[in-house]
Design a protein around this ligand. Sequence first.
Ligand code: CS2
Length: 493
Amino acid sequence: MENPTPLGQQHLEQIGSRMPVPTYTRSSDIMGIVHIGVGGFHRAHQAYYLHQLRQLGDASDWGICGIGLREGDQKLCDIFKKQDHLYTLLIKHPNGKIEPKVIGSIVDFEMGIDNPEPAIARLADADTRIVSLTITEGGYNFNPTTGEFNFDNPNIQHELRHPLDPITVYGFLTAALKRRCDAGLPAFTVLSCDNIEHNGDMVRKMLLTFAEVQDPNLATWIAQEVSFPNSMVDRITPVTTPADIETLENYGVQDAWPVTCEPFIQWVVEDKFSTGRPAFEKAGVQFVTDVGPYEKMKLRLLNAGHSVLGLLGALHGHSTINACIEDEVFSSYLRAFLDQEATPILGEIVGIDLEDYKDILLQRFANPNIKDSVSRICSESSAKLPKFLIATIQENLACNGSIAYATLVIAAWCYYSDKQINKNGQPLEIIDAMSTELHQAAKQTKTDPLAFVRQESLFGSLVKNERFTKVYTEAVQKIYRDTNIKKYMQDLI
Ligand code: CS2
């Protein structure tokens, strides 16, 4: 295909002959939602839901303004400027079909670094009714074991001293809420869309703890006025590759940063929006009074399942999640973990057949077009595993349940963090905010087999549990003797 058409508002009609494009009016006067952390996931999930709603002719008074708080967001900001904040979503079906769509629900973007004022102003604007977040598990700034706010973070210290020069989400939210409170404006709803159990309650607790120290009167106002719905979000969204950009060019469209995802999508949200919300239910969002059981189910089955395949797969030498599922030992191991360790602690979830959920999960992981990399899954394991997997081990220890499958994964994580190679000697990179600590702890394993699990901020008091230490020591010693991880997996199934 010669000369693909650059994505932009003025080319939408032309592009519309090749793929669906927004049919609604897009304007930066129409906002309502400010979203912090516009990664691939937000663009495949919440922004997609709003787009679908607007395509139906609904939610005409809602649009999204993105905010970037990390240096890395500058790239998206620049691309968005060139493309009028439009992007393409490539929905990849298991049968090979690719469904491209141009998404138009994001209408503006502000960077919050260097000059935080435009971002604060946007958050404080009377039109902003919802501030949603995908800032990753690590962005919530809590100690994974105690669940307490981490005041040692130098960025937090900085913004406590300089409330007008915020850096983290807490500094920005309090700066904006203070302005709204002083101006007599209503507060906005803070909607967390990250993979954390009770994510709304968590961000509420963290924000109030921070505000209490910064400005106790503001903290009281926030406690009374801001609502924090919990929500469970789900859609597998791999990292965009150069091949995806090329695929799109074959459709005649040039987009510097498209997003790819699976067809499956789910969003379960508590209906607590103090200042209104789009009628998301018309686009398939489920509103419930208690999202707890759904969150737990998703984190302990899907996200934990990903980590099981990711860490064991990395050590074995698989590079994608679907390659893991194609490997009979890996898929049987995953199913055994889900059935014997994760499911028993979930109890019954009203309206959900867990057997069906797991069958569908395995099919989703098997989607050969998604090619979700194990490196994406293994990244930031220190923020993920305490919630996804370690909690399951702890709960199984408490009720005398099986821990063997999950413990082998922790042992694999230790070896990975220490040696940074797979069983074939190929390098594995640790992409993790705690990479140095993980490596330091893991490398003492030879002299102290429990060194890795002594990291209290990740494992709590697990190291004091004899049943756990016995299973873990055996597993880690085996892996250090011979990295043939598949053999040990086979022994357990
Ligand atoms: C993954 C999630 O990062 C991870 O480890 O498990 O990103 C997962 O793909 C999403 O939560 C799916 O909704």
